[in-house]
Design a binder for this molecule. Structure first.
Ligand SMILES: [Zn+2]
Length: 389
């Protein structure tokens, strides 16, 4: 977008930049945007002139949310499964195969429409960056087209051919791992930035996960991992060992898992997905244990039709505060700068000069209201890449 834009009269600006508090808060501030980037941040009284001006009216402004974990390429829904779970049935992950069947039967345009609908829904709730995974095709052609469609909407695309073993390979999982590492990876890699594995009992064990992630790394993809969601396991430590950008879920952790994530040389983020625990009525991850150990924590939606059908980062912030005992500041940082770390990005999740101009203007005087007023549409205006949406 050409021309400069001044977002002025900001009562509380969350920058996530250097400052006395972790959110780098500035009062009575303004942000100048040029060429899609933050050009200047400072006191409103000293704001430079600009071609256009948005008056925040004393409201809070924060970086756009970075949702680093979402499964948007699918067909159908699983509302009946949700209702059954709320009536007492446990979550096992097996319902993924229901969505696989519907996804394989869908046309490209049907899948594309779902991705765009959910991406639009998230954008209206302040999400300016959204990772999108494949994982409901589980054939060479269906995984490749899932990623091709995802790449139309996001640069943060993840190959999750190892989501579950599809039913046609149920009695020969080694053959399926061979397919994922061979022709499926070759077809998916041109559209993918990351590779991911659902490392869990009932999905892929740690040896299969290690083999698949190693193939992905050799193909130039970055590593992320679903680990320790439904029970304890070796997934988290495998992720740290492989230098994964993020290990996601982290609901069942041993002391050794926490130590590995907190290690001095560890760059792996622990991404917590409280929408999944909410929607499966499961115990939440122990965020305080991670934060107190010095682990970098991100929050994401896990948006998917089975275990967490929400696209709302404000909802996840509210859950993190109420149910996981994160402070509002920790939760907002995790949903912005934390998500950026989980995607190894330093140009988003912050509002400092040079960063991408992805901003959210709240209908509230403070970021605190994101947790204080749960379920309320507090996103007044979203600016993405410098462009008001
Ligand atoms: Zn997931």
């Amino acid at each position: 977008m050409s021309g400069s834009l001044l977002v002025d009269n900001i009562g509380e600006l969350v920058t996530n930049g250097p400052g006395e508090d972790p959110l780098g808060i500035r009062r009575d501030a303004a942000v100048l945007v040029e060429d899609g980037r933050v050009a200047w941040v400072g006191a409103a009284a000293y704001a430079p002139a600009a071609d256009r001006r948005i008056d925040a009216g004393g409201a809070a402004v924060l970086p756009g949310f970075v949702d680093s974990h979402a499964h948007l390429v699918f067909a159908g829904d699983r509302a009946a499964e949700f209702a059954a779970r709320m009536a007492g049935q446990p979550y096992t992950g097996g319902g993924i195969r229901t969505t696989v069947g519907a996804t394989r039967a869908a046309t490209d345009d049907e899948l594309r429409a779902t991705v765009r609908r959910l991406r639009g829904e998230a954008l209206r709730q302040g999400t300016t960056t959204m990772e999108i995974k494949s994982g409901y095709g589980l054939t060479v052609a269906d995984e490749a087209r899932s990623l091709r469609i995802a790449a139309e909407t996001s640069t943060e695309t993840t190959f999750l051919g190892a989501h579950v073993v599809p039913s046609e390979y149920a009695d020969r999982p080694d053959d399926y791992v061979g397919l994922v590492c061979g022709p499926m990876l070759a077809a998916a890699a041109p559209y993918a930035k990351w590779i991911d594995v659902f490392c869990e009992r009932g999905a892929f064990d740690v040896d299969h996960a290690r083999a698949i992630l190693a193939c992905g790394q050799a193909a130039g993809l970055g590593v992320r991992l679903h680990a320790n969601q439904l029970g304890p396991g070796a997934g988290v430590q495998l992720g740290v060992e492989l230098g994964a950008a993020s290990v996601d879920h982290c609901t069942h952790l041993s002391d050794a898992d926490v130590d590995a994530l907190a290690g001095a040389h560890t760059t792996t983020v622990a991404t917590l997905l409280p929408g999944a625990e909410f929607s499966t009525r499961s115990p939440y991850p122990d965020a305080r244990r991670l934060l107190d150990a010095g682990v970098t924590v991100a929050l994401a939606t896990d948006c998917n039709p089975g275990s967490s059908y929400t696209s709302s980062m404000p909802f996840c912030v509210a859950l993190a505060v109420r149910e996981m005992r994160m402070t509002p500041a920790e939760a907002v940082w995790a949903a912005t700068a934390g998500g950026a770390r989980a995607l190894r990005r330093d140009d988003i999740g912050v509002l400092t000069p040079g960063a991408r101009a992805d901003l959210v203007v709240l209908d509230a005087p403070s970021y605190l209201h994101l947790a204080y007023r749960p379920g309320v549409p507090l996103i007044r205006q979203v600016i993405r890449n410098g462009a008001p949406q």
